[in-house]
Design a protein around this ligand. Structure first.
Ligand code: PLP
Length: 412
């Protein structure tokens, strides 16, 4: 007899981790054949070309220079005020939309997504995101008593599928008075895709249509990979469109230090909001502070201080940006190499624009990944395809991977 002590609503919670199996198989192969023979495309962290964890040197230097107090004291529940100001500046760069803004410190980008779902999606309602998506969105929605629905991210030309997006929004809005949409751009996980400014215009036209009917429309833009997508003002230009929207449209951003500062384990991020309504922003600060109190209280003071220190000193910031840009170029080079080889050999890879991952659609992703093991390539089988981590595979090892993926696809 199996015994469960869990409350009824909790007893079925199980985390399915596609990455765990793949990385375990990879570790075994590395032991058997040597790490240099194995291509580990399963990782969600950046590795340098020697296969070592890549940390931005200025981040390390400043982090190690902090005092014990900086690490150990409590921080305010909403976050250190200087941190919140810096996060708002970093989120928008020179593309700050007209309106009121606020930020609240969260435990990573994950915490920001949690707060957005917990406080801006009605219990029992549908939250919308694309069919290629980061699985954690679903876990968060379930935890908050919501349901995640999907629209098709790509049309037949591999452009943003505005018609399926519209169809799904129409369907949900026929039964809901409010909607939270999660859009992970630029440099989407798992495809590396980014919405264009025109895509955003279309998304906002539809959002305004429902706002004009009195519905509450919230959009969470997940910008976890924005620092690996291109020049900072270019990648943020779409944010200008979020100014002067009706006050029943709220745009939020999940900001994360994990990738941008190579500070994954420090669990520091923020939920940022922009609105034309002062009241909506005042409410945002209150309700998210409350949710923070109820989940983790205050977050990592040291990491918030680290970001503030880097941001406040011009020459430190310039050095930091230079170092991060070099890592961006490194990943971009690996992704571009894969995409060029995919074009050459006729592999249908999804349109990678930047970021940590790229993906190839497959009918049986697990079988394709298993087949790739024969070539000592380890990738992650998702529901709709195979994810390859440009962040962790050196350019030397990336050479030839596209052709091997094609071979595996044809063999299964
Ligand atoms: N959003 C996406 C799409 C991600 O892939 C990740 C991390 O893997 C995050 C947000 C947030 O990460 P963290 O909670 O480490 O900040």
């Amino acid at each position: 007899m199996t015994t469960s002590m869990a409350a009824k609503h909790a007893a079925d919670k199980r985390l399915k981790d596609a990455i765990f199996g793949a990385s375990a198989a990879c570790a075994e192969a590395a032991k058997k054949y040597g790490a240099d023979k194995v291509t580990n495309a399963t990782m969600g962290v950046m590795m340098d070309d020697q296969g070592k964890l890549a940390c931005i040197p200025t981040m390390e230097r400043v982090f190690r220079s902090l005092s014990l107090e900086d690490y150990m004291r409590y921080a305010p529940i909403s976050g250190l005020p200087e941190y919140l100001d810096a996060v708002i500046d970093l989120t928008f760069a020179d593309q700050k939309p007209e309106g009121y803004t606020a930020a609240i410190a969260t435990a990573g980008g994950t915490g920001a997504i949690h707060h957005a779902v917990a406080n801006y999606a009605e219990r029992g309602s549908s939250v919308l995101t694309s069919d290629w998506f980061w699985g954690t969105y679903n876990v968060i929605c379930q935890e908050c008593g919501c349901r995640l629905e999907n629209y098709k991210l790509f049309d037949e030309k591999q452009h943003f599928n505005i018609s399926d997006y519209t169809a799904k929004v129409d369907e949900i809005m026929s039964r809901q008075d409010s909607l939270l949409v999660i859009i992970n751009t630029p440099a989407h996980n798992p495809t590396g895709f980014s919405l264009t400014e025109e895509d955003w215009e279309q998304v906002l036209t539809l959002t305004k249509k429902y706002a004009a009917q009195g519905k509450k429309m919230s959009i969470l833009v997940d910008i976890a990979y924005i620092d690996y997508a291109g020049e900072k003002n270019e990648t943020r230009r779409f944010m200008n469109q979020f100014g002067n929207l009706p006050d029943n449209i709220l745009v939020m951003f999940s900001f994360s230090m994990s990738k941008g500062y190579t500070a994954y384990g420090q669990r520091t991020g923020a939920l940022v909001a922009v609105s034309s309504s002062k009241e909506v922003i005042a409410e945002f600060k209150e309700i998210n502070k409350y949710t923070s109190r109820a989940t983790w209280s205050n977050i990592n003071r040291g990491a918030m201080t680290l970001l503030t220190r880097i941001q406040q000193d011009k020459s430190t910031l310039a050095q930091f940006e230079k170092e991060r840009d070099a890592f961006y170029q490194m990943i971009q080079g690996r992704g571009s190499l894969f995409m060029a080889e995919a074009r050459e050999c006729g592999l249908n890879a999804l349109p990678y624009k930047g970021g940590f991952f790229l993906s190839v659609p497959a009918a049986d992703p697990q079988a394709v990944c298993d087949k790739l093991h024969e070539d000592l390539i380890f990738a992650v089988p998702l529901k709709m395809g195979v994810r390859i981590a440009a962040c962790s595979v050196s350019a030397a090892k990336m050479k030839g991977v596209a052709a091997k993926v094609l071979k595996a696809l044809r063999a299964v």
